[in-house]
Design a protein around this ligand. Structure first.
Ligand code: NCN
Ligand code: DMD
Length: 340
């Protein structure tokens, strides 16, 4: 799925959004019919039953399987880090990418625990995007090209895509993007991220206010992404759009990943119908963002790490839901008496 380097690259993306398929209702009906035969009281597996239907609808498979789940982490750096908005220095982004490669991060261990593939994509870490309090993050061609990178990154190769990120200062970018997309008081979208102190929070609030004020009057979602985004956010938005077009169900990680995909929702409210929101992050504004998207998170574990960890945990549950649906015996097979 490559984008032609045409004069209006955002139009190419708008066209892809228009081509998004809906759910496969026949596959959903197939899962419902089989579920009714399985050796358990109807409804007794609660949300696991919903997950099997969700997988069927968005994979187009009446007997859904999760054989090749992949966690994709996009990493990038941000000029706004220079404003003292993170508890950690920007150099940690690259150091953590190296830690992912060496197998030492939390995400590596969750992937081992749940037998998930892991792919890391680092996006020009030595060239942070400009400080969004002062300048636009991208020009249109670069923003569209970064989305296209995200699309290509996830092309084929997986039947369950978990989306995560790494990027010092990206909770500031995510807060600005959400404020730009949804409005409200910019400061209400700001939280501690990696754990900034009170002064750091004040700097972060000021940065988000400044960034949002700078783009006043901009309402086009792709323009808001271009002006207030960052590379890993643009790539995640592209990846989630590509997954929809290739019928791959998606699990979205925490606050930052949610902000990235909110751009697609602003373009078309159906754009995230193939996405499961893994968890509600401890970053306070995540709950508000999920409410705006009309999405209920699967888990609430008090996590706020990012790097795909919430999505990877949810993938374990989704995989179990598929296995249960596929492998259980029916009442007839097992000779178990049905409801009297
Ligand atoms: O996505 C979340 O829920 C989340 C909440 C807090 C922090 N993070 C991670 O922490 C980093 C950004 O935090 P900060 O304080 O540098 O803006 C980035 O690498 C994210 O993956 C992620
Ligand atoms: C150490 C560290 C690990 C991370 N993983 C995702 N974001 C992170 C931010 C920090 C600071």
């Amino acid at each position: 799925m490559s984008l032609s380097p045409s004069a209006l690259p955002f139009d190419d993306i708008r066209n892809l959004v228009r081509q998004m398929p809906g759910p496969d209702e026949d596959a959903v009906a197939e899962v419902r019919a089989r579920d009714a035969q399985l050796t358990k009281p109807a409804g007794s597996l609660g949300k696991l039953e919903d997950l099997a239907e969700w997988l069927a609808g968005w994979s187009g498979r009446g007997r859904p399987k999760v054989s090749r789940p992949v966690v994709a982490i996009f990493a990038a750096n941000h000029g706004v880090a220079d404003k003292g908005v993170s508890a950690f220095p920007a150099s940690v982004t690259r150091q953590m990418v190296e830690n992912f490669a060496a197998g030492g991060a939390a995400i590596n261990q969750i992937c081992i625990a749940h037998d998930l593939g892991l792919k890391i994509f680092d996006l020009a870490l030595d060239m942070p995007t400009p400080d969004i309090t002062e300048e636009d993050a991208f020009d249109e061609a670069n923003c569209a090209a970064t989305m296209a990178f995200g699309m290509e990154a996830v092309a084929g190769g997986t039947d369950l895509l978990c989306i995560g990120e790494m990027g010092i200062a990206n909770t500031t970018v995510a807060s600005a993007l959400l404020a730009g997309l949804f409005g409200g008081t910019p400061g209400d979208w700001v939280g501690p991220g990696t754990g900034v102190d009170a002064e750091g929070m004040a700097r972060k609030r000021a940065a988000v206010e400044q960034a949002v004020a700078r783009i006043e009057g901009t309402s086009d979602p792709l323009e808001i992404l271009r002006r207030l985004g960052g590379r890993e956010l643009a790539a995640m938005a592209g990846a989630v759009l590509a997954a929809r077009l290739q019928r791959t169900p998606v699990i979205v990680d925490g606050f930052v990943a949610t902000a990235a995909v909110a751009v697609l929702h602003a373009m078309d409210p159906r754009a995230l119908d193939h996405c499961l929101f893994a968890h509600v992050s401890a970053e306070p504004a995540h709950r508000m963002a999920l409410e705006k998207l009309g999405k209920e998170p699967l888990l609430d574990l008090g996590m706020r790490l990012g790097e795909g960890t919430g999505a990877a945990l949810a993938a374990g549950i989704v995989r179990a839901a598929a296995q249960v649906h596929d492998g259980m015996a029916t009442f007839a097979d097992a000779g178990v008496s049905g409801k009297g």
